[in-house]
Ligand binder design. Structure first.
Ligand SMILES: [Mg+2]
Length: 311
């Protein structure tokens, strides 16, 4: 803990301890100088993500419960993007002076709402109060699952790209209220050799480009195969739906590259896993030249990839 904890911090830690469920791997949870976890047999995955009020969310609009959920879920999504299993989280919070304890409790309950379905407890962290806006940073520990972890860099020429859901318009709600694809990633890992995996935070086109750049290949996305989220129809800004699907970001769906013959087993593996049926699109093969491009359908729809260069 930092020196000079804000008043009430000890009471808050007590409140946390009473609400932290026992977990198999957690030897020491919140309340001591450090948490202790039983080390997993497989390599440990570590990821962190910091959310800033005013930049990543509007507190007045989202409310603290949803902010807590998002802070946990974006990290769960990154563990899913390595095809790993989440283990435990530590959380650092900078609280604005207004709202203090009630705000902290709501954040924590949001963190738990997102973490509990994946058996991921909050095992420690730090809370401070300051004159600035809300800042919340979650560090998530996870466990690689053999033959993972799956990286971005393994896509090969001739692979297919699959996705676990639809894209675009996330600003209307999905960026706060999404289900991280942890279960889907593990089911896919068991179903077929996954060559590359990424979660879509920057936007479908940009994140496919990340896979391509790391793998040294290029890709053509078949425009009519890209699942466009129904939210796009409510954007009302006159931009082509495909442009939203390719560029909006924060969809938190997975994109995976698999061998041509492994598309079908992958589709079967994720059927029925999510409350809403998953749409999985298959694009044509990756190509040898670097970069990401739309096919003729996308090109004729006047689609441009924001943030894309040299395509
Ligand atoms: Mg990611």
């Amino acid at each position: 803990m930092s020196p000079g904890p804000p008043r009430g911090e000890f009471a808050f830690i007590d409140w946390l301890r009473r609400r932290t469920p026992a977990a198999e791997r957690v030897l020491i949870g919140p309340g001591d100088d450090a948490a202790a976890l039983a080390a997993p047999p497989a390599p440990l995955l570590v990821t962190t993500d910091m959310l800033l009020e005013g930049s990543c969310f509007l507190l007045a609009e989202a409310g603290p419960r949803r902010v807590g959920r998002k802070a946990m879920s974006v990290n769960l999504s990154d563990i899913a993007a390595m095809a790993g299993r989440p283990l435990a989280a530590v959380v650092s919070v900078g609280l604005p002076r207004q709202g203090g304890r009630a705000l902290a409790e709501e954040l924590y309950l949001g963190l738990r709402e997102a973490g509990d379905p994946f058996d991921t407890p909050v095992v420690g962290g730090d809370t401070n109060t300051w004159d600035g806006p809300l800042v919340i940073s979650v560090t998530l520990l996870g466990e690689a699952v053999p033959p993972g972890p799956v990286r971005r860099s393994g896509a090969r020429v001739g692979d297919r790209l699959l996705v676990t859901g639809s894209f675009g318009g996330s600003i209307l709600g999905k960026h706060l209220d999404f289900t991280p694809r942890v279960r889907e990633a593990l089911a896919l890992l068991a179903a077929a050799p996954l060559h590359a995996l990424i979660d879509v935070s920057d936007g479908l086109a940009a994140d496919v480009r990340h896979v391509c750049a790391e793998s040294g290949v290029g890709a053509v996305l078949r425009a009519e195969a890209i699942p466009i989220d129904p939210a796009v129809s409510r954007m009302g800004d006159g931009r082509p739906p495909l442009e939203h699907a390719l560029g909006d970001g924060e969809d938190f769906e997975l994109v995976l590259a698999v061998g041509c013959e492994d598309g079908k087993p992958c589709l079967a593996a994720v059927q029925g896993l999510d409350a809403a049926p998953l749409v999985v699109a298959v694009t044509p093969a990756l190509k040898q030249t670097a970069g990401v491009a739309a096919d003729r359908v996308g090109a004729s729809a006047g689609v441009t990839f924001r943030g894309e260069r040299g395509v």
